[in-house]
Ligand binder design. Sequence first.
Ligand SMILES: *Cc1c(COP(=O)(O)O)cnc(C)c1O
Length: 417
Amino acid sequence: MNFFHYVKDELHCEEVPVREIAEKVGTPFYLYSHATLSRHIQRFRQAFAEVPHLVCFSAKANSNLAVLKVFIANGAGIDIVSGGELFRARKAGCDPQKIVYSGVGKTDREIREALAADILMFNVESEQELEKIDAVAGSMGKKARIAIRVNPDVDPQTHPYISTGMKKAKFGINIKQSLDQYRKAAALPNIEVVGVDCHIGSQLTKLSPFTDAIAKIRELVRALQNEGFAIRYLDLGGGLGITYADETPPDFEEYAKAVIDATRDLGVTLVFEPGRVLVGNAGILVCRVLYTKKGEAKNFVITDAAMNDLARPSLYGSYHGIIAVDKSITETLTADVVGPICESGDFLAQEREIPAFRPGDLVAVTSAGAYGFTMSSNYNSRPRVPEIMVKDQEILTVRQRESLEDLIHGETIPENL
Ligand SMILES: *Cc1c(COP(=O)(O)O)cnc(C)c1O
């Protein structure tokens, strides 16, 4: 459910015509619907209302301060994977007691900053990390709350790059070794074990990988409880998928029912780290057609947005809808939608039947709210595009377009060159 829709032939974000925003801010730009973001977080939390829970939005999906703020204002915390995301979460006003910290490569400095901020817990991904956190906490006279990220070895049936809970993945500690790791953790002086964590992958469109993982993790939670560990949090990560094309992922209520049924008797607070499912369909990338050309083998529609603005198609071969902002274009053509970057991998869609766009037409790339702007770069010295949020018919610039000066920020030409 989202609030991008046509009124007559004109694409609107909530009550505002997308064309009007494009005229105001120029193209390309990311566009987020506030009503969609708040509806998603409210419905997600509502689905778990009957059990103790904490929803920590996964900042890497969309770390814009205003987006984080919408979730924080609706009672959510933040799942971070770097010191940079800790900085963002705090700037957006997140209660540190609602911050969980995941990731396989936390540095000393990042650990220190998270301890100084007094975050809720570290999701620990290796034995060495556990020892490091213990040492850093000891040097600060603090105790670090931790969960171990357990790798349950289940196949999430998603793209290999975003599948994280199988034996061969770099993430977490194998569930078979995890009990031993918990015993080691309990013996460390500056560690307080408070939870169990897992995150098996992203863009999951079935319930079974989640329930398979929970079935394995339940055993561990029980074993830990029997050994006297006070397990307060069961963090089930994120991963719930969205509809990009014709996927039919479980809705929040189906997901919640399956999870609640499988965990109710454990006596823990459930923690979730949803990313994509909260923001993916709350955002689009709007761009303009520069040129069209008929190649010998293919048609091309060349837009002013490129792989540096939205990396997912070239990175994972991902599908994003390509729709007209003015739907009165009735003819179609089959074409590759490409950007100006000097790489053949620079495409937003390939061999796609799309409206017969002409130069100057506005194009909306749909489902671009997750892993869109956050994965963007300055490749080919292209300034990053602005992020716009519509709220109550207002057009809010939540990140301005980068300038040419921004491109060279921090660079110097040494005197002796
Ligand atoms: C990426 C990530 C998430 C969010 O995943 P989504 O599929 O966007 O919900 C949650 N937790 C961890 C540890 C992650 O790395």
